[in-house]
Structures are given as structure tokens and as C-alpha cells.
Design a protein around this ligand. Structure first.
Ligand SMILES: Nc1ncnc2c1ncn2[C@@H]1O[C@H](COP(=O)(O)OP(=O)(O)OP(=O)(O)O)[C@@H](O)[C@H]1O
Ligand SMILES: [Mg+2]
Length: 455
């Protein structure tokens, strides 16, 4: 049961609203002025306010502003005599949930109210999750509460103080770099540099000189002496990303730095020393690379002193809502928008998707949704195709009770065709009708063709 406040200066309207809404089984309070409304808000935990746009003592939107301060989790529906599109749009922009005109039908209003209350419950739930995001401790930027990520966080705090080499293994986008950063910034090496190098992004001939530097004239193009990353990282940490891509000759030299802390610049004779902690990352199974003879076994053991395996996002579904909300808040803030929420079917879809691109992909999906989303809730339609297609929600046809048979049939045909990607034979078979019948129905419905899903 929720608490609804109806604010309208016209007594008959107020009473009519109260009578109509009582059927939903909620607690209802009435007010005729803004001041009286605020008094009610102070005394009752209002979840939803239905506010007349023009009140005798203040504008409806002013009352909404005050309501927001007193009850941040409450939401509002505005009523107005003759709403212009402009008024409606500006109301929605202020965070008002919906807008109805005075000539509403009770049945419609009840639907809007039910939907609004569902949204309000979600906002409360989202708020609870956001609170959980707040107290995040030392590894602050790493979001997640599930057992898998907690284990990783625990390991980070254990290994950070040591100098031991760490190998981070995990699929693309699971957060390997973020975890390397966490290790460095929790270690005593924090004031010294964290130097990153992506071994997969450098041509074979350049890796060595990038890592160890080169002397002037050591190869064509080496017009000056240059320090390598190991020298630059002295006292700090070096992050070797995509370690499996290091060519065999460089693997030998890397092993020597790890064992002796010594190396020479390319073309140089002087032996240099550097005190560097090495963190390596790979999205391949390095043991498999060793078995296949592509990666040195001794180097593998030297790197693998501390082994961190970051599970893919699909194996830590419990973290998806937290991460999704974290990114939602981030992009809303960046784009100067009010914090939004996710509809339940959106969260379900996010939780059941298999996330081949892991957290990076989730981040992109949320960013895109924020850009597309027109209201203050992310809708199923704001998700990209590949996620909607995999969602259980996409397999259902939801129609209001009381829809005409024509409409039910039309939706059944349309949605089935969408699911089959426009394949009419398959759709007819699924619908249990002949192909000729399907064509006839489509023609009757004046749907010449149904656009296939874009992929
Ligand atoms: N637990 C997490 N909490 C918050 N943000 C995260 C988390 N894990 C990853 N991210 C974010 O996801 C994105 C991808 O993470 P990161 O670059 O660390 O992944 P990666 O494993 O190094 O990927 P790749 O293998 O593609 O290099 C980054 O923007 C990172 O900040
Ligand atoms: Mg990375």
C-alpha cells in the first residue's frame, strides 16, 4: 500500500479523484492549497502526489519543488485544464513523472497512477543500491558486492604491499587494468609512477626499445638516446597489458629483469638496474600458450607468483544492478541530467544477457541508453537490439486486458514476424496458420511488409 496525496483547489475534482483512486487500495490524503499540501507531506510519508498545475497560493511546479526537498523519493503527476505541449515537456524535464489533462478518464488515471507507483518503488530500490555504492572503502573505483569480486578485492589488499609479480587473467573488458591500478595505488609504491604498456599494440621491432629504451643510432630512426618504460617506472609499478603478445626474444630479456632486476638499452652495453613491480595482464589462457610453445614456461612461472582471475560479468550477475546504476549516475551527471532509474524489464534484460564485452560493454550500453532515453526511466526500447533479442521480455506479448481481438491478432503476427526476422513461413508455422492465411491477414491489416529486425 502506498500513500497518495491529491492536491486540487476544486473540491468536486478532489473528491472524484479520491473516490476513483481508493479502488486501488492506497492511503489517500487531500489538500486544496499548496500550503495545506505541504502540511500533509510533513505528516505522512507521501509516495505520490497528484497536483493541479494552478493552485490558489502557488504554482503546481513550485509545490513539486518543495515536495522534492521534503520527500526526495516521492514522485508527482500534474493535472491541468488545458495542457500545452510546452507545459507538459517542461514539467517532464523538471522530473515530474507524468502529465494528465483535466478531462482524463478514471480508468486511464488509475493506470498512470499504478505505473507511477511502480516507478516510485524502483526509485526507492535504486536509492538503496546507490547507498550501497557510497561506502566503498579503499578500492573505491571497483564496483561489486558479489562473492567473486569480494574475493578479488581481498586478494588485492593482501598482495598490494608486496613486490611480487602479479598476473591478472580475464576476458576483455572485465576490469584487468582497473585492478592493476588498484594494486599500485594501495601499495607503498603509490607516490611513484604506474607505467602502462600494451604489448599487443606495438610492432614486434619496437617492444624491446619501448620496454628497455635504446641508445642513439642503435637502429634506423633512433636519433636520440631514449629511456625505456622500466627506467621510467623506477620505484613504481609497470603494467604489461596483453603479455601473451611479447615476442620470444623479448621474453628472455623480460625474464632477466624479473629475476635480476637488470637490463640493457637496445644497442647499449651498460647494465642498468630498476626497482619495478611488474603486473601483467592477459585475456588468453597463458598456460595454453605455454603448452603450445608460444610463451616461455620459465617466464610464465616468474609472472604467475600472484594469480588473479577476474571472472566474466555473466558469472557475477549479482553485480550487474550495482554496475548499471553506477554507470547510469555517471553518465547522467556528465550529461547534466537528473538521475534516472531502470524499468524492471530493463534490469532483467541486463541480468540475462551474456556480455561478451563484459563491463566495458555494459558501460557502453548504459551510455547509449542515457542518450536515447526521453523520460527519466530507461525503457526496454532504449537497449540495443542484441540485448533485447536475448531477453525473456522480448518473447512475451503484453497487451492490456480489454484489447480487441483484431489488436491481439495484429500484435501476435507482428511480434512473431519480428522474432523470425521477417521470415513469413516460419512465422506462419509458429502461429499455427497457413502461409496463405498469414498473407491475407497482413493484407487485411494493411501491412504490406513488416520490416525485418536490423542486426
Ligand atoms: N568492477 C568495476 N567497477 C567499475 N568499473 C569497472 C569495473 N571493472 C571494469 N570497470 C570499467 O570497465 C572498463 C573496462 O575495464 P578495463 O579497461 O580495466 O578492462 P580490461 O580487462 O583491461 O579490458 P581489455 O582486456 O579489453 O583491455 C573501464 O572503463 C573500467 O573503468
Ligand atoms: Mg585492458
Amino acid at each position: 500500500m502506498s500513500v497518495i496525496l491529491v492536491v486540487d483547489d476544486d473540491a468536486p475534482t478532489r473528491e472524484a479523484l479520491a473516490t476513483g483512486l481508493k479502488k486501488l487500495g492506497h492511503e489517500i490524503y487531500l489538500a486544496g492549497t499548496g500550503a495545506a499540501a505541504l502540511d500533509e507531506v510533513r505528516h505522512h510519508p507521501v509516495d505520490l502526489a497528484i497536483i493541479d498545475l494552478k493552485l490558489p497560493d502557488m504554482e503546481g511546479t513550485e509545490l513539486f519543488g518543495a515536495l522534492r526537498i521534503l520527500r526526495p523519493e516521492a514522485i508527482a503527476i500534474m493535472i491541468s485544464g488545458a495542457a500545452t505541449v510546452d507545459e507538459a515537456v517542461s514539467a517532464l524535464k523538471r522530473g515530474i513523472y507524468d502529465f494528465v489533462t483535466k478531462d482524463f478518464r478514471m480508468g486511464d488515471l488509475r493506470k498512470v497512477v499504478s505505473k507511477a507507483l511502480e516507478t516510485q518503488q524502483l526509485l526507492v530500490e535504486n536509492q538503496r543500491l546507490r547507498e550501497a555504492l557510497k561506502d566503498r572503502g579503499p578500492t573505491g573505483r571497483i564496483i561489486g558486492r558479489g562473492p567473486a569480486i569480494l574475493k578479488v578485492l581481498h586478494l588485492i589488499s593482501q598482495v598490494a604491499p608486496m613486490k611480487s609479480t602479479a598476473l591478472i587473467e580475464g576476458e576483455s573488458g572485465v576490469g584487468k587494468e582497473l585492478i592493476a591500478e588498484a594494486i599500485h595505488y594501495q601499495s607503498p609504491r603509490r607516490p611513484k609512477p604506474l607505467v602502462k604498456i600494451n604489448c599487443g599494440a606495438l610492432p614486434e621491432g619496437l617492444i624491446e626499445s619501448e620496454l628497455f629504451g635504446h641508445e642513439k643510432g642503435s637502429f634506423t630512426g633512433a636519433i636520440q638516446q631514449r629511456k625505456g618504460r622500466f627506467e621510467l617506472a623506477d620505484g613504481g609499478t609497470i603494467f604489461l597489458d596483453e603479455i601473451s603478445e611479447i615476442p620470444p626474444a623479448t621474453q628472455v630479456k623480460l625474464l632477466r629483469v624479473l629475476q635480476e632486476g637488470e637490463f640493457e638499452r637496445v644497442g647499449g652495453t651498460q647494465t642498468l638496474k630498476a626497482d619495478v613491480r611488474v603486473i601483467a595482464a592477459t585475456n588468453r589462457d597463458l598456460e595454453e600458450e605455454v603448452a603450445a610453445g608460444r610463451f616461455r614456461k620459465d617466464l610464465f612461472y616468474r609472472l604467475n607468483v600472484i594469480h588473479l582471475v577476474i571472472p566474466p560479468l555473466r558469472d557475477r550477475v549479482e553485480d550487474i544492478p550495482l554496475l548499471a546504476l553506477h554507470f547510469l549516475d555517471k553518465f547522467c551527471l556528465e550529461n547534466d541530467r537528473r538521475p534516472m532509474g531502470f524499468r524492471p524489464e530493463v534490469m532483467e534484460a541486463l541480468k540475462s544477457y551474456y556480455w561478451p564485452g563484459n563491463i566495458r560493454e555494459l558501460q557502453n550500453v548504459v551510455e547509449r541508453a542515457v542518450a536515447l532515453c526521453a523520460s527519466n526511466m530507461v525503457e526496454f526500447e532504449d537497449l540495443p537490439d542484441e540485448i533485447r533479442r536475448h531477453s525473456p521480455a522480448d518473447d512475451k506479448i503484453v497487451l492490456p486486458v480489454g484489447s480487441s481481438m483484431d489488436e491481439i491478432e495484429r500484435q501476435a503476427i507482428l511480434q512473431t514476424l519480428r522474432k523470425t526476422g521477417g521470415d513469413k513461413e516460419l512465422a506462419a508455422r509458429l502461429l499455427g496458420i497457413g502461409l496463405a492465411t498469414l498473407y491475407r491477414r497482413l493484407k487485411e491489416m494493411e501491412l504490406k511488409d513488416v520490416p525485418p529486425e536490423e542486426s
